[in-house]
Structure formats: structure tokens, C-alpha cells
Design a protein around this ligand. Structure first.
Ligand code: HEC
Length: 311
């Protein structure tokens, strides 16, 4: 058998490739590889012909290479292939957005599950009840028609939670009728808040349940007002009224009436301190200074202010 020079073989392969592998039927298996080589060479050639286009988008480059140089292709592409080739690919900038989709999905699911966990106890309930207050006091407690609660403002007015409960229960009108001018701390920094000075605060006793009133006040003091439940000043109050399973809150939630709750709730021990709940009472009474309504040593003193109120 005589050797056929390599350049002749190559030319033959190129020729066969050009006419669409016409002679392949008789060609040995080894030739298939050769045909593949030729196709590869063709791809390389066209790639160098349009390097910029090929480099910019991978798929586009392949499309260009696959187009045979011959004007009469044996089999024209079916409509759907043509359409697929002409269809616009996803732009590179959209890929960035699309690649964030799983992250977004993860955050979405997390947000849903965590929302369920937060709504527990007086604070969770109070956050929902606060929808009744947001129109006048701001969604985040920043203030509006009514005073703001944030940055300790509400705590400055009401050092003792009972005074705030009484105020929200009765509202401005009842305080006016009872002739009570100062509903909060009479020694408040910057002067006490005087009944009616800023407008009319509706009384919520009756329109909200006792449980709802206590929970929304817990929300105003601890979530919006920033009282620290672990601080010496507020730990006992928090444990008694606003913590999950807090004894006073539980009493009220299971039917004790808010206005009589002081008679129902025995003084009890919190972190070694005897804790008293002072009565809300059957009518508005003046607010108290720090330590006035609750304390570890003596009986509640909030009723003592009555003398000034009736004068
Ligand atoms: C229609 C508007 C309005 C709505 C609704 C409203 N408030 Fe008020 N609130 C006021 C106004 C006005 C004052 C000031 C009253 C005054 O000057 O006597 C006030 C005062 C207060 C204060 C005293 C703040 C301070 O530092 O002196 C508290 C606490 C309070 N509101 C709680 C609530 C709660 C809790 C709710 C929802 C259950 C609520 N408010 C809904 C208008 C409103």
C-alpha cells in the first residue's frame, strides 16, 4: 500500500466537508474524527474572522460559526430553530438581578417566619393594638397630633405605668370633668404635661378591652419609648406587667377588671422585691412622680394626690 501525502488527504477532507460529507458512507470510522477536525478548523477560521463578536457573547459566536459559507445549505433550518437563533438573549445586566432571586426568596421566607415569632405576649399584642393610635402618634411613635413616645418621652411623662394606663383608659375629656390638670409626673423635666394643652386624647376604656389597653401601653413604653426591661428602674414593672406570662397581665387577660385589679393582685415578689400594683381607680386622679405608684418598701401612694385634685 502506497502512502498518500498528508496535504492531499487534508485537501480531500476539506473538499468532502465542503460538499456536506457526501462520501462519508464509504469512509472508514477513523474519518469521522477527521471530519470533526475539519469542522473545528472551520470554526477557528470564522472565529478569527469575527473575533469581537465571538468574544462578546459565547452563544452568538457559535451561531456565526455554524452558518455554512456555502449559499445552498442541504437542509435549511426549520422555522423554530431560526426563531430560537434570532431571539434576544437575556441581557448581561438582567443576569445580575436574576442571580439575586434566590437571595430575595430566602429573605422573604425568613421575614414571614420571624414575623410569626415576634407576635407573642403583651408586647406582640400591643404592637397590633397600636394601629388604633398610629394616626395621631405616628407609626413609630414619633408624634403627630399627639405627643411622641420615643427617646424616653413617654417615660418622662409617666414614670409609673399605672398613671399611663389610667390616662389612656379615661382620656382628656374625663380628666377635664374630674378637674385633674396634671395627668403625668408633676415634676416632669421641662414642665408637666397639662390636660388639654396639646389637644384631645380619646379615652379607650370600653372601646378597647382591658387586656388591649395594657398591651398597647407595654408597646409604647418598651418598644417605642425605649425602657430597658433589664434596668433597675424598669425590671420589676416589666416582669409584673409586660413580660410573657407577666402575673398582672395574666390576671387581666383571664378576666380581672383593670380598674379593680389592684384589689385582686396580692403584693408579690419580683427579684427579691415586694411589688405592689396601685389601683387605676373609678375616676381620673393626678399623675405621680418617680416611685409614687409602685415601690418595694411601702404601700402605693398614687391615691395621695387626691387632695390637690379636689382643691
Ligand atoms: C385622635 C387622635 C389620637 C388618637 C387616636 C390617640 N391619641 Fe393619644 N393623644 C392625643 C392627643 C391630642 C394627646 C395630648 C392630649 C392633651 O394635650 O391633653 C395625646 C396624649 C397621649 C398620651 C400622653 C403622652 C404625654 O407624654 O403626655 C399617651 C400615653 C397617649 N396619648 C396614648 C395613646 C394611645 C395608647 C392611643 C391608642 C390606643 C392613642 N393615644 C390614640 C391624640 C390621640
Amino acid at each position: 500500500m502506497t502512502e498518500i501525502p498528508e496535504h492531499l488527504l487534508k485537501r480531500s477532507r476539506e473538499r468532502r466537508a465542503a460538499i456536506g460529507k457526501g462520501g462519508d458512507a464509504t469512509a472508514p470510522a477513523g474519518d469521522a474524527e477527521a471530519g470533526g477536525d475539519a469542522a473545528g478548523a472551520a470554526v477557528e477560521k470564522s472565529a478569527t474572522a469575527a473575533p469581537a463578536a465571538a468574544a462578546a457573547t459565547g452563544p452568538a459566536g457559535r451561531t456565526a460559526a455554524a452558518e455554512p459559507p456555502a449559499p445552498k445549505p442541504a437542509k435549511p433550518d426549520p422555522q423554530y430553530v431560526v426563531a430560537a437563533k434570532q431571539r434576544r438573549k437575556v441581557p448581561f445586566w438582567a443576569m445580575a438581578t436574576l442571580s439575586l432571586m434566590p437571595v430575595w426568596g430566602f429573605m422573604y421566607v425568613r421575614a414571614l417566619t420571624e414575623g410569626g415569632e415576634v407576635a407573642e405576649g403583651p408586647l406582640g399584642e400591643g404592637a397590633a393594638v397600636y394601629a388604633n393610635c398610629a394616626s395621631c402618634h405616628g407609626g413609630g411613635g414619633g408624634g403627630g397630633v399627639g405627643y411622641g413616645f420615643t427617646e424616653g418621652e413617654v417615660l418622662a411623662t409617666f414614670p409609673n405605668i399605672e398613671d399611663q394606663i389610667r390616662y389612656v383608659y379615661y382620656g382628656t375629656e374625663q380628666y377635664n370633668l374630674a378637674g385633674v390638670d396634671i395627668y403625668g409626673n408633676p415634676e416632669r423635666e421641662g414642665g408637666p404635661h397639662v390636660t388639654g394643652a396639646q389637644g384631645v386624647m380619646p379615652g379607650f376604656g370600653g372601646s378597647l378591652s382591658d387586656e388591649e389597653i395594657v398591651s398597647v401601653i407595654c408597646h409604647e413604653r418598651y418598644t417605642l419609648g425605649g425602657a430597658d426591661p433589664t434596668s433597675e428602674e424598669y425590671a420589676a414593672e416589666f416582669e409584673a406587667w409586660c413580660a410573657e406570662g407577666a402575673p398582672v397581665f395574666e390576671e387581666i387577660a383571664t378576666g380581672a377588671l383593670l380598674l379593680e385589679s389592684a384589689d385582686e393582685v396580692e403584693p408579690f415578689d419580683i427579684n427579691g422585691e415586694v411589688f405592689f400594683v396601685s389601683p387605676i381607680g373609678p375616676e381620673p386622679i393626678p399623675g405621680t412622680a418617680p416611685g409614687g405608684a409602685i415601690g418595694g418598701a411601702g404601700q402605693p401612694t398614687s391615691q395621695g394626690g387626691n387632695d390637690e385634685g379636689s382643691g
